[in-house]
Design a protein around this ligand. Structure first.
Ligand code: DC
Length: 214
């Protein structure tokens, strides 16, 4: 393992990154960094301030004024806990849109490196191993789009929401395409990462594989 003990877990939406990363951090006694939540928080702030997510200048001003912070697993925007507002279908789309914008990525990449300075971190996202922490022990967690749609449907049903499988699958495929074809820091596996396909694995299986490879 590298001297700072940073582990990165990248991959597409719904591959199980959050569950695995949180549990791994807990077992190792490391800090868990959810970088998707940071893009979602910027998207929420843009929406809150009426900033068009395609308007780079306004997004740049927004980032300059923005104070993002964590309080345990809660995420704060200028002191306000926005955790319960950032996981909606609208924020899925808006966060993917702001994540294409260079000034937003620069702002968040800088913050993420700062948060990783002390090491002992499990960082989850799309570009943790490729861009933000290239020296880390890198994993790429993936699963088939069908399996990810199935999991998402189950998750939503548990929250009392009824959704069509086909609709979720289409949304997942659209977001995969947007995240992996953008010009800056696209979703891709780092050349020296360890790829894990979780389609037929339990969370415990995935954790075991990670711990074995570390
Ligand atoms: O992991 P998530 O679904 O919460 O991420 C929300 C969006 O943020 C996702 O569509 C892509 C973007 N993202 C990114 O571009 N880079 C990261 N490191 C994390 C998330």
């Amino acid at each position: 393992m590298d001297h700072l003990n940073i582990i990165t877990i990248d991959g597409p939406a719904g591959a199980g990154k959050s569950t695995v990363s949180k549990e791994l951090a807990k077992r190792l006694g490391y800090t868990y960094l959810d970088t998707g939540a940071m893009y979602r928080a910027v998207a929420w702030a843009a929406r809150h301030k009426g900033v068009d997510v395609r308007d780079q200048k306004s997004l740049s001003e927004l980032c300059n004024d923005l104070k993002l912070g964590f309080n345990g697993d809660r995420i704060l925007v200028n002191g306000q806990d926005v955790s319960s507002f950032i996981r909606t279908p609208e924020m899925d789309g808006l966060s993917s849109a702001v994540s294409r914008v260079a000034v937003v990525r620069e702002y968040l990449t800088g913050m993420q490196r700062e948060l990783g300075r002390g090491g002992q971190l499990v960082a989850e996202g799309r570009d943790m191993g490729t861009v933000v922490f290239p020296q880390a022990v890198k994993f790429f967690l993936t699963a088939s789009a069908g399996e990810r749609a199935k999991r998402r449907k189950m998750q939503m049903e548990n929250q009392g929401e009824e959704v069509e499988y086909e609709e979720i699958l289409a949304q997942i495929e659209a977001r995969d395409l947007a995240d992996s074809t953008r010009s800056i820091a696209p979703l891709q596996a780092a050349p020296d990462c360890i790829v894990i396909d979780s389609s037929d694995l339990t969370v415990e299986d995935v954790l075991e594989k990670i711990v074995t490879e570390m």
